[in-house]
Design a binder for this molecule. Structure first.
Ligand SMILES: [Mg+2]
Length: 166
């Protein structure tokens, strides 16, 4: 733990866990149909090993895992059990201004963090402001290509960000 403050590992669903841009899907991903409305289903592809990999990373860094996804609480009911994760805390997004950055800044207040997402490039000015305000803290924005999902390389990036600052 860093100075008694528990780091955060934030995880997005679409892109990092559900590689929506991959065609075909990488091996090991399995299809799941998630009900998203009356009679409507959404197909997601998940790698059942991702849960164990994220829990292992959280254990190594003594970090808290949390969701930072527009799935919000549905990540706990529809995604977590399929990849072997327990229910996690959820960063809630109710304000569309500034994408996820304002809510994550509040949630991660003064805590080091690593964040897996495929959309950091959407609002570069907001991203730079977010990182700048947290420049005294480890802030690892790990971009995950939605054509690959989280791989060993991304997990390695997260470990390296923390090992530099421990
Ligand atoms: Mg995404």
């Amino acid at each position: 733990m860093l100075g008694g403050v528990r780091p955060l590992i934030l995880v997005d669903v679409d892109g990092p866990l559900n590689p929506w841009a991959a065609n075909p899907k990488p091996p090991r991903y399995r299809p799941f149909d998630v009900r998203v409305g009356w009679r409507r289903k959404l197909r997601v592809h998940l790698d059942p090993r991702h849960g164990a990999a994220l829990l292992e990373l959280a254990g190594e860094l003594d970090a808290e895992l949390a969701w930072a996804t527009s799935w919000m609480h549905r990540a706990n009911t529809d995604i977590a059990p399929r990849i072997g994760l327990p229910a996690l805390k959820v960063v809630e997004f109710h304000d569309e201004h500034g994408w996820k950055y304002p809510a994550v800044a509040r949630y991660g207040y003064e805590r080091p963090l690593v964040w897996f997402d495929d959309d950091f490039g959407l609002h570069p000015a907001r991203r730079d402001e977010f990182v700048h305000k947290r420049r005294h803290l480890t802030t690892a924005l790990v971009h995950v290509d939605p054509a690959t999902g989280i791989t060993e390389r991304h997990l390695g990036d997260a470990r390296r960000a923390f090992s530099r600052n421990l």
